[in-house]
Design a protein around this ligand. Structure first.
Ligand SMILES: Nc1ncnc2c1ncn2[C@@H]1O[C@H](COP(=O)(O)OP(=O)(O)OP(=O)(O)O)[C@@H](O)[C@H]1O
Ligand SMILES: [Mg+2]
Length: 468
């Protein structure tokens, strides 16, 4: 960062200085040319006034215009290049222009050019046609020359100063660039120090956004909100492991207790059979629980892909209805399947059956004798909606938002309702969200509960839906 800053700042200064130098050189040159023009005009007038060719004419004396100004020389030439008259000593310094050079002068204002004297000094000359000095004489040319050695010295001094200034600016740019880069990096170092400190045990730490510049505040806030999400997920996972341990402890303790009692003394074959039967039941429950947990964990990491296939929802709901018919009859509950004929969707058959099954078994479990449970399918826009509604006990408002959490049961005692792990609705939610859909629940205490699965009918439609 420092190097880039120094390079760009120095390049800017270099360009600006170069430009200024060019303007100065150009300005001096143009001024000299314009001075020569004036001098040429004056000299013409003076020579004409002194009636021509007098070498004593003031126009021909080497002149120093100001104290700092270089020497000025004048020369009058015929069109064929012969010198008519000139400032004494000029011939030893400057070669006279050739006939071709004179012929090339077109403009009345004259033409300027830079030449070197016989001794190598820089001269600026201006050659202009002046007409004959005496009336009727043929066309002549006047050349005025200026020794620019003084200008060159000035420019050389100026250049030397420029190099010095550039050297100092390079040093200054480096120092300032380093300071700016360090100032800019300081808050980033703070952020990375905080990030380095954060462990699973210090997930509550946040980057303080107080003294941060505007550009970095956004980054810090994004980082902090990522930490919020991580902390929340982490808390969920810890809570989940805690719950899993609790859930498994109870049935395993039961198993252990039963076996311990059975081993306490010699028992009859019938008694052993009874204990083994109860142990088997407990083992079945544990293995079901473990299977469900594994299912949820896999769904979280999306390890198993969905096996979508075109499904006739009418057929599928009828199968579920037939499966639960006996259980409903036992509880004297009327189980109805409605309105799904002809509805088709691309869903995972096994998962769909599991989700509807969980809902129906919940509905049957919470509906008293004489009540009814209805399973129905319909469409809402592009979506397919599968609804399970009962006339059961209903769910109080304060539980409604939490029933989809893992291990959440309204009858809290874990020892009491051993059959229920509190995972049924969590599994339903996971299945539906893997299909790209959502679950809706409405319930009124004493009146009943209605759970709706809103599912996009196919993977393609899901793409469209998420886009819109
Ligand atoms: N149709 C319903 N009517 C009344 N309460 C319900 C209904 N469905 C679910 N609940 C309540 O929501 C809680 C969570 O249901 P969920 O299906 O997740 O767990 P569960 O039925 O207790 O256990 P699992 O389904 O794992 O055997 C249940 O404890 C129950 O109290
Ligand atoms: Mg359930």
């Amino acid at each position: 960062m420092t190097v880039w800053y120094v390079l760009s700042a120095f390049a800017l200064i270099l360009v600006a200085t170069g430009l200024l130098y060019w303007v100065l050189v150009n300005g001096m040159y143009r001024e000299d040319v314009s001075d020569l023009g004036d001098i040429l005009e004056n000299a013409t007038l003076l020579l004409r006034a002194s009636n021509g060719y007098s070498a004593a004419s003031p126009a021909l004396q080497p002149a120093r215009i100001t104290r700092h100004r270089s020497d000025i020389y004048v020369r009058v030439l015929e069109a064929d290049g012969r010198t008519v008259i000139e400032t004494p000593g000029l011939a030893s310094q400057l070669l006279a222009p050739s006939k071709a050079q004179l012929a090339a002068v077109r403009s009345r204002q004259g033409e300027s050019r830079q030449v070197l004297s016989r001794r190598g000094e820089p001269f600026l000359t201006l050659i202009a046609p002046i007409g004959g000095l005496r009336a009727g004489a043929p066309r002549q040319y006047m050349e005025v020359a200026m020794d620019r050695a003084h200008d060159e010295i000035l420019l050389a001094r100026y250049r030397e100063r420029l190099w010095r200034i550039l050297g100092v600016s390079l040093v200054l740019c480096s120092v300032v660039g380093y300071l700016i880069a360090r100032g800019g990096m300081h808050p980033i170092e703070g952020i990375s120090r905080t990030a380095e400190r954060i462990r699973a045990t210090t997930l509550h730490e946040r980057i303080s956004t107080g003294g941060l510049p505007e550009e970095l505040r956004g980054l810090a806030e994004t980082f902090n909100s990522m930490l919020d999400r991580l902390e929340q997920s982490f808390r969920h996972i810890s809570q989940f492991s805690d719950d899993v341990a609790h859930e498994l402890r109870t049935p395993i303790n039961n198993l252990r207790g039963e076996i311990e009692v059975a081993l306490g003394k010699a028992r009859s074959a019938e008694e052993y059979r009874e204990v083994l039967g109860s142990c088997f039941e407990e083992c079945t429950r544990i293995s079901r629980l473990i299977r469900t947990l594994l299912f949820l964990a896999r769904a979280d990491t999306a390890a198993d892909a969905l096996q979508r296939e075109p499904i006739d929802l009418g057929e599928e709901l009828a199968k579920v209805g037939a499966f639960y018919e006996a259980a409903a009859g036992e509880g004297d509950i009327q189980l109805r399947v409605a309105g799904a004929s002809g509805l088709r969707a691309e869903l995972d058959r096994t998962l769909l059956q599991q989700a509807i099954g969980n809902l129906v078994s919940n509905a049957l479990a919470h509906t008293p004798a004489g009540g009814s449970v209805e399973v129905a399918a319909s469409t809402r826009g592009q979506d397919v909606v599968i609804t399970v509604a009962d006339t059961g006990c209903g769910i109080a408002q304060e539980h409604l938002s939490r029933v989809f959490e893992r291990f959440y049961r309204i009858e809290q005692s874990r020892t009491g309702s051993q059959q229920n792990a509190g995972l049924g609705l969590a599994v339903v939610k996971s299945i539906v969200s893997r299909h790209g859909g959502r679950v809706e629940i409405e319930s009124q205490v004493g009146a009943g509960t209605r759970v709706s699965l809103v599912l996009p009918p196919s993977a393609a439609a899901r793409g469209q839906l998420t886009k819109s």
